[in-house]
Design a protein around this ligand. Structure first.
Ligand code: CP
Length: 321
């Protein structure tokens, strides 16, 4: 595996889930694979789970992780080509990427969408430069449009907790005070469309996801109707993807608090499990009662982030043997 970005990169989902079960039950079994190997974990943005789970997975595999916070530990990097570099950005990605790559075997990159230029974000301009100029396997640790390690961990969690062969999974938009990227809902939609689940997306009008990710998923604008009979409720905020109106890209179109997932929402489900990728704004996205209930999976979901990224790194290392 040379890159981990789309659901297609993981191949057969059943096989990937089986591998995830093996990794979870015996995390140190492949420790020899990573001997004398290094992963460079590059952050353009903040992180708790991704930062820690990626390092933990690397250590489980016997690899040495190096973490770099761009602009804090390093020079500020210019990401656009063809610009006169007279700003506060001292170094260009074109040099920084091959230099970083010369010190490692795998690169993981976190680079959020800027939410101002849809074309720049949806072309994955930064991640693509890492793929093109590093010559090393590259993992998206949430890039402009996708968060595949999160979606894989979400799928592992659904597989662990499902009570039906084909559960109903509902992804619901919920309000947030800041404009957030679409990477998590994009990847969750892409992975759920590929999984053996009945998948429904619900959000206010104007928040339609790019068809590349929404695929053929059912979109229901009535949140309560969408939640009826759900087995899993996946809450997430995202800003306007700019599908129906490109000039709205990255904007907050609604802060309607009636979309906050509370006990009344969960009451119409089939005793659903609650999921969120974290970090979460309590009583904006989800009420205290719902996230603190025994049916909340937010902690096991976060714990599975080690498993998902470990499967990906394991496959990359196996191809280096
Ligand atoms: N879910 C997730 O990616 O968390 P962090 O932003 O803390 O890494």
């Amino acid at each position: 595996m040379r890159k981990f970005f789309d659901v297609e990169d993981i191949g057969n989902l059943e096989k990937a889930l089986e591998e995830a079960r093996s990794v979870k039950s015996n995390p140190f079994a492949w420790k020899a694979l990573g001997e004398n190997r290094t992963i460079m974990i590059v952050f353009f943005n903040s992180s708790l789970r991704t930062r820690l789970s990626t390092q933990k997975a690397a250590l489980n595999l016997g690899m040495s992780p190096i973490v770099l916070n761009i602009g804090q530990d390093s020079w500020k990097l210019e990401t656009e080509l063809g610009v006169v570099m007279d700003s506060d950005k001292s170094e260009h990605l074109r040099e920084a990427i091959p230099v970083m790559a010369s010190y490692c075997d795998i690169i993981g990159v976190r680079s959020f969408a800027g939410l101002t230029d849809r074309e720049f974000d949806y072309n994955e301009t930064i991640l693509k430069q890492f793929i093109e100029f590093s010559g090393k396997p590259v993992i998206s640790l949430e890039s402009a449009t996708v968060h595949p390690c999160q979606a894989f961990a979400d799928l592992i969690t659904i597989e662990e907790y499902r009570r039906k062969k084909r559960p109903k999974v509902v992804m619901t938009w919920a309000p947030h005070p800041k404009a957030l990227p679409q990477a998590v809902p994009n990847s969750f939609a892409q992975w759920m469309n590929a999984a053996d689940v009945d998948f429904v997306i619900t959000h206010p009008r104007g928040y339609e996801l790019d068809s590349r990710f929404a695929g053929n998923a059912v979109v229901e604008y009535d949140q309560m109707k969408a939640l009826e009979g759900a087995d899993f409720v996946y809450a997430k905020n995202w800003s306007c993807p700019g599908v129906t109106n490109p000039s709205d890209y990255g904007r907050i179109l609604s802060k309607d608090m009636s979309w906050t997932v509370d006990e009344a929402h969960m009451a119409v489900t089939d005793n659903a499990f609650f999921m969120h990728c974290l970090p979460v704004r309590r009583n904006m996205i989800v009420s205290d009662a719902v996230i603190d209930a025994p049916t909340s999976l937010v902690i096991p979901e976060a714990a599975n982030r080690v498993v998902s990224v470990q499967v990906v790194m394991k496959r990359m290392l196996e191809e280096m043997k």
